[in-house]
Design a protein around this ligand. Structure first.
Ligand code: ADP
Length: 463
């Protein structure tokens, strides 16, 4: 980035400078040639008039004219040729072509009345033609003057040299400035990079403040936000691991105590063995349940990537789920009623969705009174379908309601444990609903009952 800033700065300064230098020199050349041409043209016109008066085309001995011609060639470092109507050179200030015929295009055009001028950049001269008029105002000859533009070229070279020095100085200043500027631009980014690197070595409690530019301020704010979120995630991960260890350890401890007690009793009766072994079997079931729930939860966490969406008849799915749970309800003599307001077909992951609904209905039975009831209803509009699971159970205290979806959160640990809860059921249900881009809510009055509502889009929206 630093090198790029320097290159961009230097180029941004250099290109216009070179352009300006080139433009100025070219403009000077154009103006100088234009003025020089006009001057020569003027001189030629004056001389042509004199030539006509002195009848120079027939007699080139006029001293006045010859002196004027010599003066003209000396001043402008040029050559003048006088050509008569037959295109014969009658006078050449270089005395090279006298008596020869000149059939150049400019001479012929001038002979037809056109004054011409031409700038030959490569050979550094301007060529001007001017007609010589006779007494009857007819063209009797042509004056052809070619003058050197060496001094214009020399001035251009001087301009290029001086301009080049100025551009060179600008280039040095630009480089120094751009190095300094690039350094200032890059410094806050280096600071941010160092801070990010320090995060990879472990979270620090430092908050990043790089307020040099609005952008770096926004970047450091975003970084701090991300860091905060990472810290939270890390804390929640640590908490989860410690909860998992604790939850898995509890049945183990019970089993160990039961086994040790049996081992210590030398002559324990068979009935006691059977009773203790039954308790151990229960603890194994519980351990198993916790592991199953944990695996479901881990799977749910990855749902974003591997959700298996199918079009499913929700009415049938609910009927089947209730049918599976009916034996548990019957044990407590809980009445289960299902109410469908309309047939609903939706795009869902059947396995995950069933797990969510099973957990809700199972809780409604588990946390119910004997002879209570559970109502499950299904409704839909053009966008979503809605499931309501109501029960006449023990309810959830208001203070606990915001936490019940957290992993391992249980309102009454001993009661929940007694009825076989792991504290993961609602976390699994919530993750499954979120994986379907849905929403889950709880309404409850302690001692009166609880209602869970679930809203899921009929058509799965992949993000
Ligand atoms: P658990 O496996 O303990 O049931 P959940 O995550 O399913 O764990 O539920 C968390 C806690 O929320 C439960 O321990 C229970 O206290 C409370 N809870 C959940 N559903 C109900 C309900 N329908 N009625 C009363 N309390 C409930």
């Amino acid at each position: 980035m630093r090198v790029r800033i320097i290159v961009v700065f230097v180029l941004a300064g250099l290109v216009p400078c070179l352009g300006a230098l080139f433009g100025i020199v070219k403009f000077y050349e154009f103006r100088a040639v234009e003025l020089r041409t006009a001057e020569i043209q003027n001189q030629c016109t004056i001389l042509c008039n004199q030539l006509g008066n002195y009848n120079y085309l027939t007699d080139t001995s006029s001293e006045v004219i010859n002196a004027n011609l010599t003066q003209l060639t000396n001043i402008y470092n040029g050559r003048v040729m006088i050509i008569d109507r037959d295109l014969k050179v009658v006078k050449d200030t270089y005395s090279l072509d006298e008596g020869k015929t000149d059939v150049s295009e400019n001479v012929i055009r001038c002979m037809q009345g056109e004054t011409t001028n031409q700038y030959d950049r490569r050979n550094n001269y301007i060529e001007v033609t001017s007609p010589i008029m006779g007494v009857d105002n007819e063209i009797t000859g042509v004056m052809l003057a070619s003058v050197s533009t060496d001094n214009i070229e020399a001035t251009m070279q001087i301009l290029y040299t001086h301009g080049g020095v100025v551009v060179g100085i600008i280039l040095i200043l630009l480089t120094v400035f751009s190095v300094f500027f690039a350094d200032r631009m890059v410094r806050p980014i280096h600071r941010i990079t160092r801070a990010i690197e320090s995060v990879t070595e472990g979270y620090t409690d430092d908050v990043l403040h790089v307020d040099t530019f609005t952008e770096t301020k926004q970047l450091s704010e975003a970084f701090n936000k991300m860091l905060g979120r990472l810290k939270l995630l890390d804390e929640s991960r640590e908490e989860f691991v410690s909860n998992v260890s604790h939850e898995l350890k509890t049945p183990m401890t019970s089993m160990k105590v039961l086994a040790d007690s049996l081992l210590e009793m030398k002559e324990a009766p068979v009935e006691m063995y059977q009773e203790f072994m039954q308790d151990i079997a229960k603890e194994i079931d519980r351990e198993n349940q916790i592991i199953t729930d944990l695996l479901s939860l881990v799977k749910m966490d990855k749902t974003g990537q591997n959700i298996n969406i199918q079009t499913v008849n929700i009415n049938d799915l609910l009927e089947q789920t209730l049918k599976r749970l009916r034996p548990i309800a019957e044990k407590k003599n809980v009445e289960m009623v299902m109410e469908s307001f309309r047939p609903v077909t939706a795009e869902i992951d059947e396995m995950k969705f069933t797990l969510a609904i099973s957990n809700l209905v199972e809780n409604a039975i588990k946390y119910n009174h004997d002879n209570g009831w559970v109502h499950v209803s299904l409704n839909a509009d053009h966008k979503y379908f809605y499931i309501k699971v109501e029960d006449s159970g023990i309810g959830i205290p208001e203070a606990d309601q915001p936490h019940i979806f957290e992993r391992f959160y249980r309102v009454d640990k001993s009661h929940s444990r007694e009825i076989g809860g792991t504290g993961l059921g609602l976390a699994i249900a919530r993750n499954a609903v979120i994986a379907h881009r849905g929403a889950i809510k709880v309404y409850s009055n302690e001692g009166e009952g609880t209602t869970f509502t679930v809203r899921i889009p009929l058509i799965y929206v992949a993000v």
